[in-house]
Design a protein around this ligand. Structure first.
Ligand code: 26V
Length: 821
């Protein structure tokens, strides 16, 4: 049954040793006696680069030489995490490098831990982009990821007295071995200024944008190594600088100091990743950041196109542009502007090209996350783009909406790109849906809700435009690299090609009841828990037993994700234990990892409350270690890689209808955790694949949530009708968790009662408790538990990001593979 390994290491152990030693000497001017671990890590990266660059050049020549159609994935976020272990795996030289370093007295895993995460993203959306570029390269698709070279990625999280403190992330303070600066591809980006209209008797009005300022965009390329290393694509990240022209004027006028101020203003644009993943209303710098990024990327795309083409009709045939949410929407008016004002195309031709080039992915239904920009701000920063948007809008309302619904002004008001209010706003999602040839949601239920609730009128106007592409995750990072124990068991059981064809995981399903296989599966889980327990001890000082159920919720902190529901469940158990020290429960360790947007009050209160509860619970000897609560600080990709493999329970408990997909849910299941979850996002499709009976599904469905909201949801009813719930919520008003300071946790109670419990925690509380009772019961039967865990992992084939990318390629991009021999 076992298929032969596809892995053919392209280097020997001795060569790898020589490569690393060479880089220590010739690259870093040190040697093996002086070098610290950071230097060893750096030298190893540089040695790996020598393998990568060759393939990079080869891929580039092949794609450029054939002028092949490519996808350009535009995203303000790429949450890459660490690259060394991943690149070694994808190059299939992990083992040989491990051996090589061992011979030099170094431990590869320790060196990997030296690498700072590339945290250029907030959460799901940014990590999805990172999985997608891995899959694109692995499958051999011509693709470029475009993003921003932030100086500071997502903030580093620390806790002070249980409260979140944000510190700047300095991922490339001492350089980054993976990136290549490409000064030959610099772009100049105009901003501000005014628009002049010239009248030409034959050609009519011609618009000239006189910019008030110009930024320089400097590209940094990160090679993206596909598994098997046949294709190496690039992620191109733009950094903003002051343009020389501007600097020198001020400098020559004797204003050296002023020119430094100008420099620092320009550098601000790519200085920091915006850390909110729901609202950032109207920040001028954010708009400039988005435009800077789009303008650099569009110009770069057109530069490559023009190298091989002179007919603009070819553009949509050679170029697909995918907009990752509305953040890169400015690429649309920017392409229109270039085609019309600079290339001299007429409006209809340019518009036709745009409509055939752009596709848009929607990642959220939350109204507060739908981007809008005030017309006034737009006019100041991008006056020409506003004119273009007005014209797109006017034509859409006249040619499309008026034709379909003659005289219906309400429809026009709803579909217009411009929201008419006291402060007129540009609605970016409307611009995307009007322009894009395809719009997709990220899981089946989400895509249906996009049609029925978010854009029903657009769906009537364009019945084939809205489609679904269910998210996925890369099994290279999220199984092979992060869980070597389980990966080896799979290799031995079903052969090692599951890495490229995750459907092969089905091969373990017949083993689910095989007690020897169960034992090995559970031993691996146990070992991963041992390693997690060490990390917990080191970072928080808390000791946890690996015989307890590791119950894990890791994701951004958001009320709709309902960490507060998990919190009230923990309080319920704690109370039961205090009231009855013999209360019979399998010991549990509740693990959390989450960053809150710095300005999101309730999210920060929930972090604080969990930390305070943890303090109390972990030091309460009365409960005999049956309960532990640990909030690990600074949740990030590299920590996630250690937590997924160690989890028994995966918490996916969003209010139904609000989590577009989720991708952590897939990573847990792939690593053999069981899900307690609502029928939301991709959980629904996971239940289809796994079988609902092998998950702990609870709570209201999307329709039940809607019904309850329409008939009027009354959280107090649940409070007064459930004494246990009441006592738990009342507990939050005491000073039990914050001695001497009653009321510090009261906002949580208020949000669930007085403020209306928008996310229906109390409505789902009873059913959530029941689900956890079932978890407790099942865990007592280790064989039954192991069986379910195996059935979960074995059913994850669909949730491979390779499958997502094949869906995009066939349904949206019409993209062909271009395998490199
Ligand atoms: C919104 C904003 C608003 C302005 C400030 C910066 C910013 C950054 C990100 C966002 C969008 C957040 C949307 C998001 O991350 N959605 C998540 O996408 C995942 C991948 O499709 C999906 O699995 C999650 O369910 C969904 O919440």
């Amino acid at each position: 049954k076992k298929t032969e390994s596809v892995a053919v290491p392209s280097v020997t152990c001795a060569e790898m040793q020589q490569g690393i030693i060479d880089r220590l000497h010739k690259g870093l001017a040190t040697d093996k006696n002086k070098a610290n671990n950071k230097a060893w890590w750096n030298a190893t990266c540089l040695a790996v680069n020598e393998l990568v660059f060759e393939k990079l050049t080869k891929t580039h020549h092949n794609h450029a030489g054939k002028d092949t159609r490519a996808v350009n994935y535009l995203s303000l976020e790429f949450l890459m995490g660490r690259l060394l272990s991943n690149n070694l795996q994808n190059l299939q030289v992990f083992k040989v490098t491990e051996e090589a370093l061992k011979g030099l007295g170094k431990d590869l895993y320790e060196l990997c831990d030296e690498e700072p995460d590339m945290a250029l993203g907030n959460g799901g959306l940014g990590r999805l982009a990172a999985c997608f570029i891995d899959s694109l390269a692995t499958l051999g698709y011509p693709a470029i990821g475009y993003g921003i070279h932030y100086e500071h990625g997502l903030f580093k999280q620390e806790f002070q007295d249980g409260r979140q403190i944000e510190r700047p992330d300095t991922w490339r303070e001492y350089g980054n071995p993976w990136e290549i600066c490409r000064p030959e591809s610099i772009q100049l980006i105009p901003l501000y200024g005014y628009v002049e209209t010239l009248y030409d008797p034959t050609e009519g009005a011609k618009k000239i944008w006189h910019a008030g300022q110009k930024l320089k965009g400097v590209p940094w390329d990160i090679p993206i190594v596909g598994y098997g290393a046949k294709t190496v694509n690039i992620l191109r990240l733009w950094e903003s600088r002051a343009s020389e022209a501007f600097d020198w004027d001020v400098f020559n006028a004797g204003g050296y100091v002023d020119s430094q101020a100008e420099k620092s203003r320009a550098e601000t644009v790519s200085k920091v990743l915006y850390p909110n993943d729901s609202t950032d209303a109207g920040k001028e710098l954010r708009l400039i950041q988005q435009y800077f990024f789009c303008a650099c990327s569009v110009k770069d795309i057109l530069r490559r196109f023009k190298r091989a083409n002179s007919d603009w009709n070819e553009l949509p045939k050679k170029v697909a542009i995918q907009l990752n949410d509305t953040h890169p929407t400015m690429a649309i008016p920017e392409l229109m502007r270039i085609l019309i004002d600079l290339e001299g195309l007429d409006w209809d031709f340019a518009w036709d090209i745009c409509q055939k080039t752009f596709a848009y992915t929607n990642h959220t239904l939350l109204p507060e996350a739908l981007e809008k920009w005030s017309v006034g701000l737009f006019e100041k920063v991008l006056p020409r783009h506003l004119e273009i948007i007005y014209e797109i809008n006017a034509q859409f309302l006249k040619n499309v909406v008026e034709k379909k619904w003659p005289g219906d002004d309400q429809k026009k008001a709803k579909l217009s790109i411009i929201e008419e209010s006291d402060n007129r706003m540009v609605r970016m999602a409307n611009l995307c849906v009007i322009t894009a040839y395809k719009v997709n949601g990220v899981a089946a239920v989400h895509s249906e809700l996009v049609k029925t609730d978010l854009f029903p009128e657009f769906h009537e106007l364009f019945p084939t435009k809205l489609v679904n592409v269910t998210n996925g995750v890369t099994p290279r990072r999220w199984l092979k690299t992060c869980n070597p124990g389980l990966a080896t068991l799979l290799d031995e059981t079903i052969g090692d090609d599951w890495v490229l064809n995750l459907d092969k995981l089905k091969g373990i399903l017949p083993k689910a009841t095989d007690s020897k296989f169960q034992q090995r599966f559970m031993d691996i889980k146990k070992q991963n828990k041992v390693e997690m327990a060490k990390i917990i001890k080191e970072t928080t000082g808390v000791e946890v037993s690996v015989d307890a159920i590791f119950d894990v919720q890791i994701k951004r902190l958001h009320e709709y994700k309902r960490q507060q529901l998990n919190l009230i469940h923990i309080l319920t158990l704690y109370k039961r234990l205090l009231e009855n020290p013999d209360y019979d429960m399998v010991p549990r360790v509740f693990l959390f990892g989450a960053k809150a947007a710095p300005g999101y009050h309730m999210a920060k209160e929930i972090i604080f409350a969990l930390n305070k509860i943890a303090d109390k619970v972990n030091n309460d000897t009365r409960i005999k270690d049956k309960l532990k609560v640990v909030f690990l600080p600074n949740y990030r990709v590299s920590l996630a890689e250690k937590m997924f493999p160690a989890a028994d329970i995966s918490e996916q408990i969003s209010t139904a209808g609000l989590e577009a997909s989720g991708t952590g849910n897939m990573k847990f299941s792939l690593n053999g955790a069981l899900t307690v979850g609502t029928m939301d996002g991709a959980n629904i499709e996971m239940a289809e694949e796994i079988g609902e009976q092998h998950m702990f599904i609870f709570g209201l469905s999307v329709d039940e949530v809607k019904d309850l909201k329409t008939k009027g949801y009354k959280p107090y009813d649940y409070y007064y009708n459930n004494p246990e719930l009441k006592s738990v919520l009342d507990w939050l008003d005491s000073d039990f968790f914050t001695p001497g300071h009653p009321g510090l946790l009261s906002d949580i109670k208020r949000s669930l009662l007085e403020w209306g419990d928008e996310y229906l925690c109390l409505a789902d509380y009873a059913s959530y408790l029941e689900a956890h009772q079932k978890i407790d019961a099942l865990y007592r039967d280790q064989a039954a538990w192991a069986e379910k865990a195996i059935l979960n992992a074995g059913a994850m084939g669909k949730f491979n990001s390779d499958r997502s990318i094949e869906d995009y390629a066939s349904k949206i991009w019409k993209l062909k593979k271009f395998p490199i021999a």
